[in-house]
Structures are given as C-alpha cells and as structure tokens.
Design a binder for this molecule. Sequence first.
Ligand code: GUN
Length: 296
Amino acid sequence: MGELIDGKAIAEQIKSQLKAEIGTLTEKVGRAPGLGVILVGDNPASKVYVTNKRKACDELNIFSQEYLLDKHVEERVLRETIEQLNKDDRIDGILLQLPLPDHLDEDAMVSLIEPAKDVDGFHKLNLGRLLWGKELFVACTPLGVQQLLLRSGVKIEGSHVVIVGRSNIVGKPLATLLMQKKPGANATVTVCHSRTGNLGEITRTADILVAAMGSPGTITADMVRPGAVVVDVGINRIPDETRKSGYRLVGDVDFDAVKDVASKITPVPGGVGPMTIAMLMANTVRSFKMRNGLPV
Ligand code: GUN
C-alpha cells in the first residue's frame, strides 16, 4: 500500500505554529485576530464546516463572530451584514459560507466583501491577483493542497499535475497556484472535467493527481499511474445504515483500490479537509498582520 498523507497531523502542526504566533501578535497589537463567519440557511455540510471553523478559532485564540441568517433572508439583510463586517475593526477576515440559497446571487454577494478581508480568496480582485502572480489571499483548499504536498516531501516543481474538476473554489485557483513561476509551484498543470473525452488516458500521465469533481469513487485504480501521488479533495456523504448519523464521508477516489497503486495518497476524512481549515486560520493571521502594518 502507498503511504498515507496525514492531513490531520499536518494541519495540527500548522495550527500549533499559528497559535504561538497569534499569542505574540495579540500582545504586540493589543487585540486578537478576528474572523466573521456568515452562514445562510441550514445546509448540513455547511453547518459542519462552520462549526469546525469556530472550533479552530477557539483553539487558536482567534476572535470569531458568527452570523446565522435564515434561508429566506432578504438580500438587503445579507448585504448589510457584509457591510457591517467590512467596517468592523475587530474583524480581519470575512467568510461567507457557500453555497448560498438560490434566491441570492453568490457572485454579487462575494463581490461586496472588502478584498483586504477576503480570507477565502473568492473575490474577483483576489482571483485576478492570483492570475497575475501577485497574490493577496489565495483560496484555502488550493493553499491546503499545496502545503500538504510540500510538507509531505512531494516534489511539485517540474511535475505533471492533473486536476480533475474546474470549480471556481478548487480546480481553477489550484491550477493557477501550482503553475506559478515560484518556489513550491512551477508544475506542468492539466485540468480535466466532466466533458473530458479521454479522462483515464490523461489521468494516467499524472505524477500528482488531484480529484476535485465532487462525485464519489470516480477515480478508479486503472486511472492512476503506479507510483503517482493522489490527492482527494472530494467530501461526499453517502448513505450508511451502520452509522448512527445514517451516512459516511467518502472522497472522489476509490480509496481501497487506488491506495495499492499510488505511492502516496490522502484519506477522506483526514486529508485535505483539515488543511482547508488550517489555511483559513493562516489567511486570517496574514490579514491581521497586513492590517496592522506588520510584515507577512
Ligand atoms: N463551501 C465549500 N467550501 C468552502 C470554503 O472553503 N469557503 C466557503 N466560504 N464556502 C465553502
């Protein structure tokens, strides 16, 4: 079996470094870094994410404020909530949990977030800066995947990275991040998606294969070159009557079969998920430093 990449352990290591740094920074500035989180509606997966974010803030001594809005909330109310957080000096990062209910325009709402507080890196200004190679904030999951690879000793530079999935949150920013002309990047990147004709043929050419399409077990063993590194970004709930909750989480990779082909592989849960949270904390500290004129 390939080596397991322990995202939970790596995330813990990053968080403990951040916690020490936050202690020093809080003393220096006279207040703690602050994160404002907005959740609209009651999507069960979103509620889990938001709870995990709050726990991480508590653990690291980051001030966090949550706004839980009804799923039928008027756009005006959401707009005012974002504007209030933009103005609040205690808040360094604003996170609007996606997806939003259908009556709200995600693009318009994300665009209201002050780019200097956009710790999710979803604002078009921050996406544009990433394209230019002048990043302010990069989305947390792509950053988490990069850190996971670097901290596991995987060579990104010069490698062929194949990303399956072209979302605005993962596929597109991750492709951009890993092709940057910078240390920790310089990869050759191919992006595949649901309309890619010869998917298996392309994924078999990957040194590093990233599955981020949101469909359970789609990457099968025959799609992976022996010795490749496999990163599974998928978090899918599938029914499981043996669990108290009635479901279990699986990734986009057929883990049981692919683990015997890959040289290294991330599990679900305990792979990319905890890294996303750790990078959100890192981005919040980064914002805090920049907003207080400290070097980043
Ligand atoms: N929905 C799924 N992942 C994310 C994320 O990283 N940030 C936000 N805001 N919403 C999400």
